[in-house]
Write a protein that binds this ligand. Structure first.
Ligand SMILES: Cc1cc2nc3c(=O)[nH]c(=O)nc-3n(C[C@H](O)[C@H](O)[C@H](O)COP(=O)(O)OP(=O)(O)OC[C@H]3O[C@@H](n4cnc5c(N)ncnc54)[C@H](O)[C@@H]3O)c2cc1C
Length: 340
């Protein structure tokens, strides 16, 4: 059981800046994110794309913004609980009890939901055996590429992830790339490399094919793929990788009794609190008249929500507004000034 002043749900740009705002006013925070990496949409959807409207940064990429936000919160040594989805919340006296998909429990008077458009989840195979073999032969992301060394790997998908992984894994695995269309959607350059590897006999490409069924008892032995004319083919394989993109689901947040408006959470703009005391919502997931789904708006929302968390985390202390330029205590927390 982990006790903290604030649990932040979501390690997107807005959750990250909220951690900074919590840190400088002396509040402890823990973060949970469903993804295996930090950065939310910026990292998952557009790591290389330029962003031109972060105040005082004329241009940065999704990746460099995330890196800078992480650098800015380094002094607070925040714990990130990745690959975990917040499942349930319940009230226990003055605290919220929060349970994750890995059964980790947090106790906190405050929750800041910075969940963006909800948790990103991979689009999965639609055949019945797929669930049985999930994480035991069927995967939707790669945590350690060495796992696939010297194995027969069927990769499904036509986008960048499918192409990039087919190229990468072909260096040490037997790769069969399967796509339901003849043309790939991913970068032309990657498609050309894949075709060249096919000519060199380093990978096999099967198009237009889709998965039809899986053979095997405890582990996968082969898959049957089928084309539009109903022609089937048996492909012996050890592992199957599906890269069909991500779907965004509000997920369990929708079950917590919070007011919802078109998959977003209405908030009071004085403190960004939802209809439940101690539960705040900031960033893309919150709504109010005039809301702009921009990163810069989320930064402002996080600054206000952080101050509102102070009251419940330290009910016997009075919050005092201070500037980082002149506040000794804030500078101490940031590690830029030694205490007298
Ligand atoms: C292609 C593209 C370009 C964009 N360009 C710009 C731009 O130029 N300027 C700009 O200001 N904005 C831009 N945006 C919008 C910007 O990315 C979003 O406004 C921003 O990412 C919102 O940040 P966030 O932290 O609120 O949410 P997100 O970035 O969506 O992060 C939310 C995180 O919460 C996690 N999460 C959700 N639910 C749970 C749960 N139950 N348990 C655990 N974790 C959970 C998710 O996994 C995710 O990592 C762009 C968006 C896209 C898609």
């Amino acid at each position: 059981m982990i006790k903290t002043d604030v649990l932040v749900i979501g390690a997107g740009p807005v959750g990250l800046f909220a951690l900074h705002q919590l840190g400088i006013i002396g509040l402890k925070a823990e973060v949970v994110d469903n993804l295996d990496k930090i950065g939310g949409q910026c990292i998952e959807l557009y790591p290389d794309k330029p962003i031109y409207d972060i105040p005082a940064i004329p241009v940065c990429t999704g990746e460099s913004l995330t890196k800078n936000l992480l650098d800015q919160i380094k002094p607070f040594k925040t714990n990130f609980h990745l690959n975990e989805r917040v499942q349930e919340i319940s009230k226990e006296k003055n605290n919220w009890k929060i349970t994750t998909s890995k059964n980790k429990i947090f106790i906190s008077p405050n929750i800041i939901i910075a969940g963006g458009v909800g948790s990103f989840e991979p689009r999965k195979f639609q055949i019945k055996e797929a669930e049985k073999f999930q994480d035991n032969g069927i995967f939707y992301s790669i945590k350690d590429k060495n796992y696939f060394k010297n194995k027969k790997v069927c990769i499904f998908g036509g986008g960048d992830s499918a192409l990039d992984w087919a190229i990468e894994l072909s260096k040490f695995a037997e790769v069969i790339l399967v796509h339901r269309r003849n043309e790939f959607r991913g970068a032309e350059h990657s498609a050309q490399i894949a075709r060249k590897l096919e000519q060199e006999g380093k990978i096999k490409i099967k198009t237009p094919f889709q998965i039809n069924s899986i053979e095997g008892q405890d582990k996968i032995k082969a898959i049957i793929i089928k084309n539009d004319e109903g022609k089937t083919e048996k492909v012996p394989t050890d592992c199957v990788l599906g890269f069909f993109g991500l779907i965004m689901k509000l997920g369990p947040i929708a079950e917590w009794g919070l007011n919802l408006e078109k998959k977003t959470i209405p908030v009071n703009t004085e403190n960004f609190q939802t209809n439940k005391e101690g539960i705040f919502a900031i960033g893309d997931i919150c709504t109010y008249p005039g809301k702009l789904k921009l990163i810069l708006s989320g930064f402002h929302e996080g600054a206000i929500a952080a101050r509102a968390c102070f009251k419940l985390a330290k009910p016997n202390e009075k919050y005092r507004f201070e500037f980082t330029t002149t506040s000794k205590s804030m500078q101490e927390r940031l590690g830029v000034k030694k205490s007298d």
